[in-house]
Design a protein around this ligand. Structure first.
Ligand SMILES: Nc1ncnc2c1ncn2[C@@H]1O[C@H](COP(=O)(O)OP(=O)(O)OP(=O)(O)O)[C@@H](O)[C@H]1O
Ligand SMILES: [Mg+2]
Ligand SMILES: [Mg+2]
Length: 534
């Protein structure tokens, strides 16, 4: 079996992992006979030639729905708008009365179609995403220029750059005026009208969180992971990452971007970096202990706020982002993705999502990263492979033998334990007859997965359709102890957030379809594929 790695990010770790399976590396990107392909950048041919159900391919082709600044902002907004609309129609407790013609048989029936977990789960965007405006839409940027008040601080970011490239702060009216006239001249430039692809990248402006929580006087953000190990059915996991601090103390008035932008790439530009680099990345345990020690009493926080409340909040936010694009992501058996999610905590311990990243950095330039990154990479591949193999063989996906540090966020497994039919064209029956990766891998074939000794345990609060077994800890010994496993980071999956089957049409409809209630029937009108489910 062959594998291909494109780019340098994490290449060493990926190479070792794949070779340990007995696979052989190929260097020709055009070859189509690979079983796993992991590329930093997406290329159209790869997706065009991808053999669904036979190959594993890193990165969902349209992950930009989440991983560009504009994609994330627009999808979160649209999700909130649609959810509020549905909520007003279906929620009998809503202050606004539903329109009579839209009244279902009884409010309590309508309530049934609004699953409890979704009611509770829906977060207000303003509570986790800093106020933002798209500058590529005229009305929206005019709205920003209208509301801007002198001395407010905003941050301006290009939609699909990373490593802090192209980011600047807007600190006064003068800077905002300069930006306004620049945008106007781009808009009016005849060259860009003719050749719009030559125009500079679209941008957003975002309210600058000017009172961040500080660690030893330094600003920081937290990189965590959203692993989409499978898209048919969806299998999502949360993974802890690390804390990224600046080299020098935070100073709001400073014009030095390295005090404001916490990403490692920016920090490397600071002359102090080589002296303090080990201090610019903290493990989550160190962060947890620090908060326990310095802030617990002063701020009245519960013990282990980082590993408990903060972690839960990150998971909830990730879930909301996923639900916002769930019906739009390209799903094919074999696609998987690892998305880096950046969170900032403010002085009031409020958690903010800054952005989501495709192809997150897998470099190991600090001791903490040497500990964390291999685990992230190995378990990403383990989970993607285990799920893929099980589906190919028609086996039940759960329990997952190789799940160790990642915590399950969501699964779309049908109540019978098999994959749920999706919009993917793959016939699972035909996949079962195909040669599986396990069979084609001499290493795995010699070491077939051990059967689980115990039947899967039921989660106390999980819905009965989707019992989530505890991950096998035995597997953790395969990798050296890491910051993830050493201390108290939970190895237990959170209560299942898998969707109850009755809500599927409703959930699928979100964002793209109209829900309309008529007479005694609840009808979900599907705008795009003209199917009608009652
Ligand atoms: N709204 C904000 N308020 C305060 N600080 C912010 C805000 N947005 C971004 N930052 C800071 O700027 C840094 C870079 O921003 P962001 O992560 O959005 O850009 P990026 O170029 O995609 O970076 P990377 O992908 O390397 O993390 C963040 O790590 C954070 O420290
Ligand atoms: Mg980024
Ligand atoms: Mg970032």
């Amino acid at each position: 079996p062959f594998f291909y790695i494109g780019g340098a990010n994490g290449a060493g770790l990926l190479d070792v992992y794949c070779k340990s399976k007995g696979w052989q590396r190929i260097h020709d990107n055009k070859r189509e006979d690979y079983i796993l392909k992991w590329c930093e950048t997406k290329c159209r041919e790869t997706y065009y030639n991808f053999k669904e159900g036979e190959q594993l391919l890193y990165q969902i082709p349209n992950n930009k729905l989440l991983t560009t600044k504009i994609g994330l902002l627009s999808n979160l907004r649209e999700y909130e708008r649609v959810m509020n609309k549905i909520s007003k129609t279906l929620n009998p407790r809503s202050r606004q009365r539903p329109r009579l013609s839209l009244m279902p048989l009884s409010p309590s029936i309508a309530w049934l179609f609004w699953p409890g977990e979704m009611r509770e789960r829906l977060l207000k965007m303003e509570d986790f995403f800093p106020e933002s405006y798209r500058l590529d839409i005229k009305d929206e940027r005019d709205a920003f220029f209208e509301i801007y008040e002198d001395t407010q601080i905003w941050i301006c970011k290009p939609t699909s750059s990373n490593q802090g490239r192209g980011i600047f702060l807007l600190k006064n009216q003068e800077a905002v005026d300069v930006l306004q006239s620049k945008l106007q001249s781009i808009d009016e430039d005849p060259i860009y009208k003719k050749l719009p692809y030559k125009a500079p990248q679209a941008r957003i402006v975002q309210r600058y969180l000017h009172r961040p929580l500080l660690l030893e006087g330094k600003k920081f953000d937290v990189r965590s992971y959203l692993l989409i190990a499978c898209t048919v059915p969806y299998m999502l996991f949360f993974g802890h990452g690390y804390v990224r601090l600046t080299c020098i103390n935070y100073n709001l008035a400073s014009d030095d971007l390295t005090t404001h932008l916490t990403n490692q790439y920016m920090q490397k530009k600071n002359p102090l970096y080589s002296y303090v680099k080990e201090e610019t990345v903290w493990s989550m345990e160190r962060f947890n202990s620090y908060v326990n020690e310095k802030y617990r009493l002063a701020k009245g926080l519960p013990k282990d706020w980082v590993l408990m409340a903060f972690t839960k909040r990150m998971k909830d936010i990730m879930m909301q982002c996923f639900l916002a694009v769930k019906s739009k992501l390209d799903c094919k058996l074999g696609y998987f993705d690892l998305i880096g999610c950046d969170f900032l905590i403010d002085e009031d311990f409020k958690v903010w999502l800054l952005e989501m990243n495709a192809n997150p950095a897998l470099h190991m330039n600090c001791a903490v990263l040497k500990d964390i990154i291999p685990t992230v990479v190995n378990e990403t591949l383990d989970l993607a492979l285990e799920i893929f193999n099980k589906i190919q063989k028609g086996q039940k996906i759960l329990p997952l033998e190789l799940q160790c540090h990642f915590v399950m966020l969501y699964n779309g497994i049908a109540p019978d334990g098999g994959p749920r039919p999706s919009k993917s064209k793959t016939s699972l029956a035909s996949l079962r007859n195909q040669r599986s990766l396990t069979e084609s891998s001499p290493h795995i074939a010699q070491n077939p997965p051990k059967a689980m000794e115990k039947p899967p345990k039921r989660q106390p609060n999980g819905p009965s359709e989707n019992p989530l077994p505890a991950p096998s800890k035995a597997h953790c010994s395969r990798y050296p102890p890491t910051a993830w496993g050493k201390n108290s980071i939970s190895l237990q999956p959170s209560p299942s957030t898998a969707e109850p089957h009755y809500s599927l049409p409703l959930i699928r409809s979100l964002g793209e379809r109209d829900v309309c209630l008529k007479g005694r029937a609840i009808q979900v009108k599907l705008k795009y594929n003209r199917r009608c489910t009652t």
